[in-house]
Design a protein around this ligand. Sequence first.
Ligand code: IPM
Ligand code: MG
Length: 389
Amino acid sequence: MFIHNREKVGATPTFSFLEEIMSTFNIAVLRGDGIGPEVVEEALNVLTRVGAVFGCTFEFREGLAGGAALDQVGRPLPDETLALCRSSDAVLLGAVGGPRWDDNPPELKPEQALLGLRRRLGLYANLRPAKVFPPIVEASTLKPEVVRDVDLLVVRELTGGLYFGEPRGLKKINGARTGINTLFYSESEVERIARVAFEAARKRRRKVCSVDKANVLETSQLWRSVVKEVAEKYPDVELTHMYVDNCAMQLIRHPRAFDVIVTENLFGDILSDEAAMLTGSIGMLPSASLGGNVALYEPVHGSAPDIAGQAKANPLATILSAAMMLRYSFQLDRAADAVERAVNDVLIEGYRTADIAAGSAGNIVSTSEMGRAVVDRLRNWSEEGGRTL
Ligand code: IPM
Ligand code: MG
C-alpha cells in the first residue's frame, strides 16, 4: 500500500488553510484483478484532470483486494484494506475475480472482497444507472427505436437477501449432498432501500417500480407491503409493482417506461446486467454503493480475464463511476456533469472501444486512448476558460 499524490492543485496563496484542507479528497483505490487495474488507471487520470480544472486535490491511496490480495497476502480482503477504506472519503474499485481462483473454497474466493466491503462498510444501496448515450444507440443488440432515450436507474439492495442470509452452506443430509441459502429481509432493510429509491425518483421522473416475486415468496410479500407504506410519504412519486420475471421481459420490450427500479439483491444483480445491454455494453455501466460513512464506486462489469492486459477494455464505466463519486461523495455536481459530458463528446467524435463498435464507422481505440480522449475534453474546457463550469 502506498500513497500516490498525482497532482497538487488549488493550493494558491489566496486559499486559507481550511479551504485547502476542505478541497482535498482521499480516495482508496482498489484496482483488483483482470481488467480492473487498466480501467482504474484511466479513471484516476480523469480525476487528476478534474482536480486541475476544478481546483481540488485527489489523493489516491492504493490497497489490495480480490485475487491480487489472495496472491500477495493469502486473504481476499486484508484488514489493512478495510482500514484504508474506512479512513478514506470514498473507495474506487476496479473488478475482482478470475479463473485462477475458481477452485478456491468459498471464503477464499476473490468475490469475498467485494461482498465483505459491501457488508462491512454498510453499503446497502447500490445505484446502477443505465442510460443510453445517443451516439452509440446502434451498439445495442436491440433495435435503436427500442433503446433510444432509455434512462433508468436500478436501485439494488446490497447487503441482504440470498447473498448474506443464514443458514447457508453445503452439507450432507441423510448422505445426500445439499446446498442451502436463505432469503431473509427485515422490515427496516426494505424500508431504508425504498426510501433511497423514492428520494432518487424525486430527482428524476418521479416514478418507482418495485420489483419482487410476491406471487410466490413471503419475503416479497413483506417487501411489497413495506414499499407501499414508505410510498405514503412520497405522494408526488408514482409507485408500481412488477414481478421479476415480467420485469425481465418489459426491460427489453419497452425500457423507456422505466424510471427507478427498486429491488432485492439477487433480482437487482440479474436485472442490472440485463439493463446494461440496453446501453450497448456492460462496459458503459457505472455504479455507486451508498449507505455507510464511506461510499464505494465501481463499474458494473467484472474482471473480464479473457481480455485483461490487451488494452481492449472499455474504461468508460469506471470513468462514469468516478463521476458518480464526484456527485455523491464530494458534492462536486458540476465536475460530475463535466465528466459525463466529456464521455458523450468522445462518443460523438467517434471514439469506440471494441465492445461498443457495432454499427459505427468510428475509430476503434485502446483503453488508454479512450481515457486520454476524455481527459483531453476536460483539458480543452479548462483552456477555453471553463466552458462547462
Ligand atoms: C455485481 C457482481 C457481483 C455480485 C459478484 C462479482 C459478487 O456480479 O456487482 O453485480 O453478484 O454482486
Ligand atoms: Mg452482477
